[in-house]
Design a binder for this molecule. Structure first.
Ligand SMILES: Cc1cc2nc3c(=O)[nH]c(=O)nc-3n(C[C@H](O)[C@H](O)[C@H](O)COP(=O)(O)O)c2cc1C
Length: 230
């Protein structure tokens, strides 16, 4: 297995980036994160609105977030406070098949059988420990922002993930935190005028963990691209 070191081109960063769900406890330097976030400010947005607002947590602040959300998680369905509906209901194929595809590949890498509901729930709960990452960042914006501004937040998010790769850091975007939007906002001191988009775990990947090594396919290009006038 070749371990991805820092990516030195945009192409390499695109190819090497993957969602990392096991981190070492090596801390992440605040100055390095600041440089990454400064550079990510160059991300484009419609009308240069730059809708993203960002909260970055480590240490005690991260522990307090994990404890607060963990308490809600322990309440079962009653503890959930969805900020928005993450997936369309129903989600038809081929989109649903893609969701299942990555989920089963991940559970298989963790040695969790498909019918093991408890095992899957415990793996899911790992989201709320930021997969052991030393840094967790939250992206939020004003609640009145619409789909175009949400797309802008996505562009910003990928910019950060690619810049992290260049810095030898890895990431996992985590919209799972949006299931506990109120608690996250309370912990961050954000009012109801803000809406939480996603978390982003950041740290040094533990490449020895099988969960960081299973392949995640993409649809063949011709399924998503049609050419006109060529
Ligand atoms: C906005 C966003 C939110 C995501 N939320 C989660 C999450 O809550 N938990 C998780 O394990 N993965 C999450 N993912 C990771 C996706 O499952 C992953 O990007 C997808 O399966 C493709 O795999 P790759 O990132 O390893 O290439 C999220 C990805 C994005 C872009």
């Amino acid at each position: 297995m070749s371990l991805p070191g820092p990516s030195t081109t945009v192409t390499a960063a695109m190819r090497d980036r993957r969602s990392v769900r096991a981190f070492t406890d090596q801390p992440v330097d605040r100055a390095l994160l600041r440089t990454i976030l400064e550079t990510a400010q160059r991300a484009p947005s419609g009308g240069n609105v730059q809708p993203w607002q960002v909260s970055v947590l480590t240490g005690d602040s991260l522990s307090a977030m994990i404890a607060a959300v963990g308490a809600r998680l322990a309440m079962g369905a009653a503890g959930s406070q969805p900020e928005y509906q993450i997936y369309p209901d129903p989600t038809p194929d081929p989109w649903m098949a893609r969701r299942y595809g990555v989920a089963y590949a991940m559970y298989e890498s963790l040695g969790i059988a498909r019918e093991d509901k408890m095992g899957r729930a415990m793996a899911m709960a790992n989201n709320f420990k930021a997969f052991g990452a030393p840094v967790l960042l939250f992206v939020h914006c004003q609640r009145f922002m619409g789909p175009p501004q949400w797309a802008d937040m996505g562009i910003w998010l990928q910019s950060v993930m690619l810049l992290c790769r260049e810095a030898g850091l890895d990431t996992c975007p985590q919209e799972a935190w949006a299931n506990f939007g109120q608690t996250v906002r309370d912990q961050l001191g954000l009012g109801d005028d803000q809406i939480l988009y996603t978390g982003l775990a950041i740290g040094h990947a533990d490449w020895s963990a099988p969960v960081n090594n299973f392949p995640v396919d993409r649809a063949p290009l011709d399924e998503v691209v049609s050419w006109h006038g060529f």
